[in-house]
Design a protein around this ligand. Structure first.
Ligand SMILES: Cc1ncc(COP(=O)(O)O)c(C=O)c1O
Length: 392
């Protein structure tokens, strides 16, 4: 059984999260609760597979053969009830890489691409870097929860949007879109002939009471105009190994996207990524249950620590390990808010504004750490809020 309680020292491993603290937050004593990777070791099966592969000592060009595709399709069917053929898969080093290539392949400069804000920061660049027109369909925020604005979305589609990037589960607001919401979205995409780029990288990280539904699994019509982006990297903490895949059911589209990959010179995953992907998907299920259990513990700790807090409220976390904190009652401008957390609480959060204007007054807290670390973070947070109040 994996020990998710164990605190690991990640410093001096060239960790983006842990080895940049002075530069990013002004001090080495800041506890990093930001970028989306986890402070847990990957499953033993993955570590063994990597060790075995490393010990072989020869790291030549590597194929993603039928056994790999089978591991992927079995995983997707088992976890999400979605039957995909191995032939639908296109591998790539990352979801962001694939999104860039999809936008280049299926849209032209000037074309409108819709995103629903606040959202994962690279989505902005995926659109803008290729001179496409970014169209925002801001999520509606009512009674502490977010939902899609379908009326405005339809206007965006009527105005000629060519594509939309969906985030499901939605980083940073933590929503797992329901079947009703996804059906409504799919109907709109079909009616207005909009291509759907569905980033479902957090699909395996779903909290109790919620279900992830791959939008392409809803109907033949929507699957023919959807590219789904998935990866074991968030699920099994493999981000540094750079491995992901796109599921493209429509054959013509798959060929076009494959051509773009080739034109960019991308044709092969790295040796270690392939070994890790296979081990994670074939032998990682029990580990994943342990992960979900520990995330539930941390989620509860955070919700309890902040319940009835006058300054911070927590958006319901349905999926992901990224908690969205509404700090607007602190009445601090964004720079002061981030400084308050870094300098007074000694906590390194993601600045809400990096996800868009609607993130003003918010921060994102990564809860994928051992409960001991989580307790320490929450102590720092609640103590600093008490100090804040005392100083008023
Ligand atoms: C919604 C979303 N998409 C993509 C990524 C990154 O994917 P990759 O590392 O495969 O490019 C992240 C990482 O946090 C994410 O939250």
């Amino acid at each position: 059984m994996h020990d998710f309680e164990l605190v690991h020292d990640r410093r001096n491993t060239r960790s983006v999260k842990w080895d940049n603290l002075k530069e990013l937050y002004g001090g080495e004593d800041v506890l990093p609760m930001w970028v989306a990777d986890m402070d847990f070791q990957s499953p033993q099966a993955v570590i063994h597979a990597l060790k075995d592969r490393a010990e072989h000592g020869i790291y030549g060009y590597t194929i993603t053969d039928a056994a790999i595709s089978k591991a992927v399709s079995r995983w997707v069917e088992k976890r999400h009830g979605w039957r995909i053929k191995p032939s639908f898969l296109l591998y790539s080093p990352g979801v962001v890489t694939s999104l860039h290539m999809a936008v280049q392949t299926f849209t032209e400069p000037g074309d409108k691409v819709v995103i629903q804000t606040p959202v994962y920061t690279p989505f902005y660049n995926v659109v803008k870097a290729h001179d496409r027109t970014l169209v925002e369909n801001p999520l509606l925020f009512e009674d502490g929860t977010y939902r899609m604005d379908f009326a405005h979305l339809e206007k965006c589609f009527q105005d000629g949007a060519k594509a939309m990037i969906l985030c499901n589960p939605h980083n940073p607001v933590g929503r797992v879109w329901t079947i009703e919401e996804l059906k409504q979205l799919a109907d709109l995409c079909v009616s207005y002939d909009v291509l759907l780029l569905s980033d479902e990288i957090h699909a395996d990280l779903i909290h109790e009471g919620y279900t992830h539904i791959p939008i392409a699994s809803l109907s033949e019509e929507i699957s023919q105009r959807t590219i789904t982006f998935l990866s074991p990297s968030k699920t099994f903490n493999l981000a540094g190994l750079q491995v992901s895949y796109a599921v493209v059911e429509q054959e013509g589209m798959r060929k076009q996207l494959q051509e773009t990959f080739s034109k960019q010179g991308f044709y092969m995953l790295n040796t270690m990524a392939v070994a890790a992907l296979e081990a994670a998907y074939n032998d990682g299920e029990e580990w994943l249950q342990g992960l979900l259990d520990i995330l539930a513990v941390n989620k509860k700790l955070a919700e309890e620590a902040l319940a009835d807090n006058p300054y911070i409220s927590v958006s319901p976390l349905e999926g992901t390990y990224l908690m969205w904190l509404d700090c607007r009652n602190l009445n601090l401008d964004q720079k002061d808010l981030m400084e308050f957390f870094a300098k007074k609480a000694k906590l390194g959060f993601n600045d809400g504004i990096q996800f868009g204007e609607a993130g003003k007054g918010f921060v994102r807290m990564n809860i994928a750490c051992p409960p001991e670390t989580m307790r320490e973070a929450l102590k720092r947070l609640t103590d600093s809020l008490k100090e804040f109040e005392a100083a008023l």
